[in-house]
Design a protein around this ligand. Sequence first.
Ligand code: PLP
Length: 393
Amino acid sequence: DLQLSSRVQAIKPSPTLAVTNKAAELRAAGQDIIGLGAGEPDFDTPEHIKQAAMEAIKNGQTKYTAVDGTPALKKAIIAKFKRDNGLEYEANQILVSSGGKQSFFNLALATLNPGDEAIIPAPYWVSYPDMVLVAEGQPVIIDTTADTRFKITAEQLENAITDRTRLFVINSPSNPSGMAYTLEELQAIGEVLKKHPQIMIATDDMYEPILWTGKPFCNILNATPELYDRTFVLNGVSKAYSMTGWRIGYAAGPAKIIGAMKKIQSQSTSNPASISQAAAQAALDGPQDCVSEMVTAFKERHDWLVEALNKLPGVECLTGDGTFYVFPSFQGAIDADSSVSTDVEFAEKLLTEAGVALVPGSAFGCPGHMRLSFATSMDNLKKAIERLQKALG
Ligand code: PLP
């Protein structure tokens, strides 16, 4: 028998990709499926970014680059942090990777020893716990509910911390909840973290610009600058610039750990694609109105969708702060349907019988909910709601 490592047996494939794949399969088999499962903007990558990539190809930027990213892209990232976040970094504090996913993967591998605990608030991005498990760490989940807008309190964090806690992960605005922490909430969390110097912090700012709170974006370092020496800011171009296929993410933080992450990357994938790096540089340095245009469309769809969802029987949806997801409770609808007992079964049923693909809350550690992505046209959203109405009615 071929032997599998215990490492790989501890994890599961990404459930969000699984839904997308299942929907694609049904579509290929001739079924009419509306996909609300995808975690990527439906817009094309802006033209000036594509142009920069084509220039890079013509100029021969088609070879290995420095493992941690080209000096030009790192310069653009440093300028972005200064301009948008008021954060100062040197080049040796920046690592460019093949997507935000690899940034977190490198971080987990560089910081966790077997049994070290990583605190992850739920609902969480599906990949955090599994990447912690690959690193042989122990995910420690803090549950939240709609009552706190799916955000943890400082007290919950305090209670979750042990001597083994090494990493605390915070993602705001959040995939899947769409919620963003306020500066005051981050300050309260920061006060707890100040008392525990053994904990490193990862703030995943991937959805930074997709925010409509009316207040400027803020992360834990804006709230508690004292945490600078042990905080990693993870960001990337995938969501903000509709560049999911280009695979560029980046991390900023203490040089020692960033250097260790670079070493891991140097022994796994080496540099991210040279052409994608040129494109990412154009995205960060170029005009930003392409971002606000997408955000305006997302906000419009969000407002329409939340209202429509709240009219469905057994569905309750909060107004989100940003991203392109909503995370309504479907518990009432699940309870009312005697043919299913869980959100996973209900999502299966909605996919096969109603032709609507969405991701069950269990995938994000928060059963009874569904994540709907509104990175799709208003037409599709309207059709999806009609189908849900029929299925739930
Ligand atoms: N972080 C969050 C919260 C995400 O939702 C995603 C993508 O779904 C990522 C990171 C990773 O993005 P990518 O690896 O596509 O750059």
